[in-house]
Design a protein around this ligand. Structure first.
Ligand SMILES: [Zn+2]
Length: 396
């Protein structure tokens, strides 16, 4: 973690026209909405939340002048340690031309060739970009090194800056193992895991045709679990497959993508503690069908949203953009989408201290240049972020 400057002892943020707390004890639906609200931030924690008229005094005072407030966004799925970009691949795809050379291997080659300083600078740039758009918690995966040394390096760098780190040695089989995918799984579950586990909280696998099948994914996840890592799965993105049910069976915190689900997949998610993390930036940027959030929510599944920031399939760090897509294209109400982008992301990371504004939570608060959180979907593409505090420190 980057050392933060000291926060003022206590700051009263008052004059919040409408505040999303995500605290169910507040009533007013799952968002726990309060009108004419105030929040006291003390050190890196929330000290008090309630009506502005009854707020306690504090050392410093900030008047929100009627703006809407909500917890900082919680991004539970990002690939931010890489070098180079894939502009030409995107332009080719959007021109309707098949793109043959490259793909993820282009990024792997560039990442292996980059210095530690270059990778770290890139990561910091993307985290700052996300923060300017209200994102105060970020999970960051490895997965563009695909050698023991390069995966360990990516996680070591990520752990310095990101809130959560995830070992994704099983992103794709690298070219040097093209003839021996079983050998690569042995590496990912053996020496590479040994080197990476100390820098990661989670293990993830891309369970998809062309990446890792159900048996290989199970091997990766069970090896990670045996090392004490929590589980996440890239599941059912490009077609039907075993990823979602494997995630549920093994008790994964999250099954990510969930675009191609059958009824049994939906039922399994609804009956589990596994969050369905939907990543509509990927469908947007590949002109693909969006996941059906309405079906998941109606079945009772927990849903999170994330931009899936990566240089190939979704090169956006913008949670507001995902909220707008989720409402316009995936059948979510504005309230559901905002909940998924905050409390949903926290649940997908099994965190109770972020994505919520109540005493004791981390002091992650954002204000919008808007009277309501609904404007995140109602005014797509408009930079509404007016102010952001992360761990009590004013960041924007
Ligand atoms: Zn991903």
């Amino acid at each position: 973690m980057t050392a933060a400057p000291p926060a003022p002892a206590a700051t009263l943020v008052t004059g919040i026209g409408q505040l999303v707390t995500n605290d169910p004890e507040r009533g007013a639906g799952p968002l726990g909405l309060l009108r004419d609200a105030a929040v006291v931030l003390e050190g890196d924690r929330v000290a008090w939340v309630g009506p502005a008229a009854t707020a306690p005094p504090a050392d410093a005072r900030f008047d929100a002048e009627g703006r809407a407030g909500l917890p900082g966004f919680v991004d539970s799925h990002a690939h931010l340690v890489f070098a180079g970009d894939r502009t030409e691949e995107f332009a080719a795809r959007m021109s309707g031309r098949p793109y043959r050379a490259g793909g993820i291997r282009t990024t792997v080659a560039a990442t292996r060739a980059a210095s530690d300083a270059e990778l770290e600078a890139g990561l910091r740039r993307f985290l700052a970009e996300a923060l300017r758009q209200g994102t105060t918690t970020v999970e960051c995966k490895s997965g563009y090194g695909l050698t023991t040394a390069d995966e360990e390096r990516a996680l070591r760098i990520a752990a310095r800056h990101a809130d959560e780190t995830t070992y994704l040695g099983a992103h794709v089989v690298p070219p040097e193992y093209a003839e021996d995918p079983a050998g690569y799984v042995d590496l990912v579950t053996g020496p590479m895991l040994d080197a990476c586990a100390p820098h990661a909280r989670w293990v993830d696998v891309f369970c998809e045709r062309g990446a890792f099948d159900g048996d290989q994914a199970r091997a990766v996840l069970t090896a990670g679990a045996a090392r004490g890592l929590g589980l996440r799965v890239h599941a059912n993105q490009l077609g039907p497959g075993p990823g979602v049910r494997l995630a549920v069976e093994l008790g994964a915190a999250s099954a990510d993508h969930c675009t191609h689900l059958d009824d049994a997949d939906v039922a399994a998610l609804a009956d589990s503690e596994t969050v369905a993390t939907l990543l509509p930036g990927a469908e947007f940027s590949t002109r693909s069908r969006y996941p059906d959030a309405r079906r998941l929510l109606d079945a009772g599944a927990a849903v999170a949203l994330s931009p899936d920031c990566n240089p190939g399939s979704s090169f956006t760090s913008s949670m507001p953009f995902c909220v707008a897509l989720a409402v316009r294209e995936m059948g979510m109400t504005p309230d559901e989408a905002v909940h998924a982008a905050t409390a949903g992301g926290a649940r997908a990371l099994r965190r109770t201290d972020v994505g919520v504004l109540r005493p004791g939570a981390r002091a992650d608060l954002q204000l919008l240049d808007a009277p309501s959180h609904v404007h995140l979907a109602y005014r797509p593409g408009v930079p509404l972020t007016a102010a952001v505090w992360r761990a009590g420190v004013r960041a924007v």
